[in-house]
Design a protein around this ligand. Structure first.
Ligand code: NAD
Length: 504
């Protein structure tokens, strides 16, 4: 028994989750903080996933008829439960995913924010009225609930991505079956407990509106292939999306893919370097480089390159690395040994490409022999090699230089991924060009802030190998509904569109 597992037991007790649910099963859960086992869950079989989808579908058939504002009331209650137990869930995120305490809490705040957004949305699922070319006719567009939404999530946002999907899906009249990452199944159990409390308080929600199925990729595949899953929302690596996308397409399902990023910051000669240093350090080294939006490339004008890199190296050297539960820590552990090995492989490849590496070594090995803490790395590169163009999910910041702004833009866009991007510049022509059609090709393009830390109000996602999906704010809700175009004839004639004559 470790102190982390004692803490987990205490937190689950406070949530009212019976011990067997998080202590029994063949899937062991390890804390990245010290590598110790903190729980166990029992993976679901393919047959159990199928049964869960069937239950979800039955719930959907009831829920779709419930007025949307009433559906919003369930999400409002979920937001209340999250507010009540924000500390508990935030701590669980830190224990299971290794995020520093403030980021664990921030992730729960993001869940609360999307609940608030979705509650408002429940009265704003607007359709259109459309001018008809025929006299005595009216056209409109209506949005209807879609069905069962399958949600597959990654380890690095173990709870927020579920909330982005579920809050919208519920107000849109859908039911959810969630397959969390096999690396973070405990936080999923906690979310489920909070959801069940909210559903019990609502009183008349159909059973099984939101369920969790646990396990490895085979459990995800069972969701992917089930024809009753109308929308499969999958967050994770591009490798995963490459497998999932075609499988969903084969059965004509709808897929919402949120995949890898390779996010760059351009720093122009006019940039406020104080802002740039802070923005880059948080986005590149924060969360130990394990955000899909982490800054992985710095494209800096030659005139400020030396000064900026020197300041970043100084900032990196002083970063407090360690136990994420301690308030002074800014950089916690990597999720596991595979992540550490992946980082070392990328650094070796960058060296072989001629790169100069500062940092990147393992630290705190004596204190945490079974966990993987690293000093974030800065790697100065002569050119954007394949190593740089690949997403390594670890704190590596590749530095590239430029002379002409067009060159910086070309480098920024010359990667397979298209998630997030930013420019630090006080030159209006540059910033507006960066945001224009000919500028950044990413789903997120920022000015004078870093690439990570998005708010829920905007649509979140990116193009190219990032998968094209959009979640969270703006009109992302439309992916969770089906659209019907309606034409109503209130005349006594039957004119045909386009002037076609067909008299019988
Ligand atoms: P991963 O791809 O290894 O796993 C993600 C999820 O997919 C897990 O639940 C896993 O079990 C499941 N899975 C894997 N293969 C599958 C398959 N063939 N069929 C069905 N399910 C399958 O990713 P990870 O290591 O957990 O997370 C890191 C990756 O996620 C990074 O690439 C990161 O950029 C990306 N990510 C993207 C976003 C975004 O919004 N774009 C957000 C968070 C993380």
């Amino acid at each position: 028994m470790t102190s982390s597992s004692d803490r987990i037991r205490h937190l689950f007790d406070a949530l009212g989750v019976p011990a067997g649910r998080f202590t029994e099963g063949t899937l062991a859960v390890r804390s990245p903080i010290d590598g110790t086992e903190i729980g166990r869950v029992q993976p679901h079989s393919a047959a159990e996933v199928t049964a869960a989808v069937a239950r979800a579908h039955a719930a959907f058939l009831v829920w779709r008829d419930v007025p949307a504002p009433r559906r919003g009331e369930l999400v409002r209650l979920l937001g209340e439960e999250l507010r009540k137990d924000k500390q508990i869930l935030g701590e669980l995120v830190s224990l299971e995913a290794g995020k520093i305490a403030t980021e664990g809490l921030g992730e729960v705040q993001e869940m609360i924010d999307i609940c608030d957004f979705a509650v408002g949305l429940s009265r704003q699922l607007y359709g259109l009225t459309i001018a008809s070319e025929r006299p005595g006719h009216r056209m409109m567009e209506s949005w209807h609930p879609l069905g069962v939404v399958g949600v597959i999530t990654a380890f690095n946002f173990p709870v927020a991505v579920w909330a982005w999907n579920t809050a919208l899906a519920l107000v849109c009249g859908d039911a959810v079956v969630w397959k969390p990452s096999e690396k973070t199944p405990l936080t999923a159990l906690a979310c489920q407990a909070l959801f069940e409390r909210a559903a019990a308080r609502l009183g008349d929600a159909p059973a099984h509106l939101s369920q969790v199925v646990q396990g490895l990729r085979d459990v995800g595949e069972a969701l992917v292939d089930d024809p009753r899953v109308a929308l499969l929302s999958a967050t994770g690596s591009t490798r995963m999306g490459r497998e999932v996308g075609p499988r969903v397409a084969r059965r004509f399902g709808r897929a919402l893919l949120e995949l890898g990023g390779n996010n760059a910051v351009i720093v122009a000669p006019s940039a406020d370097l104080d802002l740039a240093v802070r923005g880059i350090a948080f986005a590149a080294a924060g969360t130990a480089g394990q955000r899909c939006t982490s800054t992985r490339r710095l494209i800096v004008h030659h005139s400020v390159r030396e000064a900026l890199v020197a300041r970043l190296k100084k900032a990196y050297a002083g970063l407090p690395i360690g136990n994420p539960m301690e308030s002074s820590t800014l950089v916690g552990p990597l999720i596991d040994e595979a992540a550490f090995q992946g980082m070392q492989t990328a650094l070796a490849a960058a060296r072989a490409d001629g790169g100069t590496v500062t940092g990147g070594e393992r630290v705190l090995e004596a204190e945490f022999p079974d966990a993987f803490y690293v000093r974030p790395a800065i790697v100065e590169m002569a050119s954007q090699t394949d190593t740089v163009r690949h997403e390594t999910f670890a704190p590596i910041l590749y530095v590239l230089g430029y002379d002409e702004f067009a060159e910086a833009l070309a480098l920024q866009n010359d990667v397979p991924q298209g998630l997030s991007s930013a420019i630090f510049s006080n030159d209006l022509r540059e910033t507006e060009t960066f945001l224009s059609a000919a500028g950044s090709d990413c789903g997120i393009a920022n000015v004078n802030i870093g690439t990570s830390g998005a708010e829920i109000g905007g649509a979140f996602g990116g193009d190219k190998e990032t998968g094209g999906g959009r979640e969270s704010g703006s009109d992302a809700w439309k992916a969770y509904m089906r659209r019907a175009t309606n034409t109503i004839n209130y005349s006594r004639a039957l004119p045909l569109a386009q002037g076609v004559q067909f008299d019988v």
